[in-house]
Design a binder for this molecule. Structure first.
Ligand SMILES: [Zn+2]
Length: 68
């Protein structure tokens, strides 16, 4: 049997890349990254993945974990 739905290499690359991106979502059209905090469900966005990580860490440390 021939599988006609061969995964596109680029799609596979993106899927693998995002598998360990901690839930970051990249908006291809705006070039922005977004992330929804799993704890408080707050949406965050950043112009790059690096900045997204900074925002996420700051949020987790200073906003989410407050009071715990
Ligand atoms: Zn949060």
């Amino acid at each position: 049997m021939i599988n006609m739905e061969i995964p596109d290499p680029f799609q596979t690359f993106i899927a693998n890349k995002y598998a360990n991106a901690k839930g970051y979502i990249h908006d291809f059209f705006t070039g922005e990254w977004s992330y929804k905090c799993l704890t408080c469900k707050e949406d965050m966005s950043a112009p790059s993945r690096k900045i997204m990580t900074k925002i996420r860490l700051y949020h987790t440390r200073n906003e989410c974990l407050n009071g715990y």
